[in-house]
Write a protein that binds this ligand. Structure first.
Ligand code: AHR
Length: 663
């Protein structure tokens, strides 16, 4: 074709295309009506769900670098190696004083008789120790001298065997039955992603050691023995409305002996009795034999964390039932009292004045002011009549003492099916305050269920979307990826949660954290190694929602109907009465870019431009990584308004938030 004809043909096609775009803009505009709020958005709406899974606590947010610091793992020297070229029987001995110390029975006894001999122990850390050049490290031990004389030399070693930090510790020579603490700090001279700690013994003597510990200086809020700041910062940045803890299945345990017992997680860390983590051996395809819950991070620390990040605390307690996927062990009804008492005592621990039994414990740990606990979950993923029978006893006792306290009840493991229907019906008959629904489903399910709550009863129980995550493969598959497709599907589903804030009062993605070298479950919101952490595309979706929460839902309609998948669009809108903004969330789940006109009605005044945040990617398979942590993350821009109209320019597979000032 001659070039002239080609150009004519090209301009005709372009004109046709443009006119169809303009049509798309003007046909079926979205009408957002800002002066008639239809429901309040609860301050708790978007929160986080923390569980000690995937090395979430030990080896994760708990910044302790020494694994098995108290020699209580079922193999007492797990994580440790003994260094002695010339073997001496009994020079490194584990002693078990079970009769006198149930919480922390074991310690190590070091005996060295020949000064010239080499003797040391090495700790490998949790998949190594993350060491940062120039940072201060605090090394400490509890000790008891048998025969004074040994000097301890702590030594940090990098992955390539370079010594990158040293310190010496000469414990007091006083001998006796009581334990003392000795500590020394030193700076690292280099960084290492997987370092280790050597402790060499100089001289001769016999010493008992326990709670051998190493913490970095740069913990969250610089608290000694505290949490990993980069991981907590990612949570704080989300401004979550609540934090649910400590799980998840760890609440239940494989059996009741291994359930989470909050009272055992308080007080001095050396008195907190560790247990095996139920994720240790849950999956044969992801065994983690060195996974324990040491409870260095316990309920006091969780409450403190909630306060730090401005989130309402939401503890979940065991309902007298072990994990029903595992043993399904239940406590007999006539022996349920201690479990119920734990729930009542927890409220006193969090809120009671300092003269109450448990308020006093909180004050002694450094927090005389109450933690303002308003809700609690009874049971995680429990089901069947056995659950309801127990739940009723808890509810009666808690409501009798604290009538306004809200209880979260489990609706089992799935968002549909016989178990769900039974529980859903029965819980509503019981007037449950809040029903916890979980959905681990494929992205298509999330898209198809954006209208799930549109017909839920308004004057009945509220919903807590307590655990959800789109699975790119299938639940518990190791192939699941936190890719753009899953994030966009969740964003679409969340428009349905937001539109239905009249019934949905809380929602949280699960699980929250995963260590790249120690995970059991994927997908997860935030991935970490020993030094770095990054948010997945799903993290950015959660953050966009929680930092654009608003105060009241307003209607956003197309052809007079909520937008729940028509033309692959999903839309919800809120106003923020505090800032006088209207916030419009739009998901384009299709593979094509779409231009859509949005008309805002009912506002006296609107700003000339919207601030826009768009999450998109070139492929739905795109993921973030340590190398490219922001590959799929929001990009900010502005978009002019024409009067009360805005042309939303929606890339393929995207999530866009428009924020427009109304004053
Ligand atoms: O989030 C991982 C697990 O999924 C939780 O522990 C449990 O509640 C659910 O089955």
């Amino acid at each position: 074709m001659p070039i002239k004809k080609l150009l004519v043909a090209f301009s005709i096609t372009t004109a046709l295309l443009l006119s169809s775009v303009v049509k798309a803009q003007n046909n079926n505009p979205i009408i957002v009506q800002v002066n008639k709020p239809i429901a309040a958005v609860q301050p708790t709406m978007w929160g986080v769900f923390f569980e000690d899974i995937n090395l979430g606590a030990d080896g994760g947010i708990y910044a302790e670098l020494v694994k098995n610091r108290s020699f209580e793992f079922y193999k007492p020297l797990m994580g440790w190696t003994v260094n002695q070229p010339k073997f001496n029987e009994g020079s490194v001995l584990i002693i078990n004083r079970q009769e006198t110390n149930i919480a922390n029975p074991r310690f190590v006894r070091i005996t060295k008789e020949v000064a010239a001999d080499t003797l040391g122990i090495t700790n490998e850390g949790f998949r190594g120790m993350g060491i940062k050049k120039g940072l201060r490290y605090d090394f400490s031990v509890m000790y008891r001298q048998q025969t004074a004389g040994l000097i301890l030399h702590a030594e940090l070693v990098s992955m390539v065997g370079k010594i990158i930090g040293t310190a010496s510790l000469t414990p007091s020579a006083a001998t006796g039955a009581t334990w003392a603490k000795a500590a020394v700090s030193f700076n690292a001279t280099d960084s290492s992603l997987r370092g280790k700690l050597n402790i060499w013994f100089e001289g001769t003597g016999k010493i008992d050691l326990d709670m051998i510990s190493l913490f970095p200086e740069d913990t969250w809020k610089k608290r000694p023995g505290g949490m990993r700041a980069d991981m907590i910062q990612l949570l704080a940045d989300m401004k979550p409305g609540f934090i649910r803890f400590p799980g998840g299945c760890v609440v239940e345990g494989f059996d009741l002996g291994l359930r989470y017992q909050w009272k055992k997680t308080l007080g001095p860390v050396e008195d907190r009795q560790l247990i095996i983590n139920r994720w240790n051996s849950e999956f044969a395809h992801r065994p983690t034999p060195d996974y324990f819950q040491t409870f260095g991070l316990g309920f006091f620390e969780y409450f403190q964390l909630a306060e730090d990040i401005g989130a309402s605390p939401l503890p979940i307690l065991n309902a007298g039932m072990a994990c029903q996927f595992n043993s399904a062990e239940v406590v007999p009804i006539d022996q349920l009292d201690p479990y119920v008492q734990d729930a009542l005592d927890l409220i006193e621990f969090a809120n009671g004045n300092v003269n109450t039994q448990w308020g006093k414990v909180r004050a002694a740990m450094g927090h005389p002011a109450p933690f303002n606990l308003k809700m609690m979950g009874v049971g995680n993923e429990n089901w069947g009549p056995q659950y309801l029978e127990r739940l009723k006893i808890f509810s009666k006792a808690i409501k009798a003492r604290y009538p306004d306290f809200k209880l979260v009840n489990s609706s089992g493991t799935d968002p549909n099916g016989e178990r769900f229907d039974y529980l859903n019906g029965e819980l509503r008959k019981m007037n449950a305050d809040i029903i916890d629904e979980h959905y681990y489903r494929r992205p298509e399910w999330f898209l198809a269920n954006a209208a799930r709550y549109d017909n839920y009863p308004r004057n009945s129980s509220r919903i807590f979307a307590g655990e959800y995550a789109a699975q790119s493969d299938h639940t518990v598959s190791i192939e699941n990826r936190n890719n753009a497709e899953t994030a966009i599907a969740e964003a679409a589903f969340m428009t349905g949660l937001e539109r239905n804030a009249a019934v949905v009062s809380m929602a949280s993605y699960a699980p929250l954290f995963a260590h790249i070298d120690g995970w059991q479950w994927t997908p997860d919101l935030i991935w970490v190694n020993n030094l770095q952490s990054y948010g997945t595309p799903n993290y950015y979706v959660q953050k966009l929602y929680s930092t654009n929460k608003g105060t009241d839902v307003v209607l956003a309609l197309m052809d007079g109907k909520a937008v729940t998948g028509q033309d692959s669009l999903y839309i919800s809108s809120v106003i923020d009465k505090n800032t006088s903004d209207v916030i419009i969330k739009v998901v384009n789940a299709s593979g094509n870019a779409i231009n859509k006109m949005i008309t805002i009605t009912g506002a006296k005044k609107l700003s000339a431009a919207a601030t826009v945040n768009t999450l998109k990617s070139s492929s739905v398979l795109d993921v973030n990584s340590f190398a490219t942590p922001n590959a799929v993350s929001p990009v900010a821009s502005t978009m002019p308004l024409k009067g009360n109209k805005l042309i939303a320019s929606l890339p393929a597979h995207s999530f866009t938030i428009y924020r427009i000032a109304m004053k």
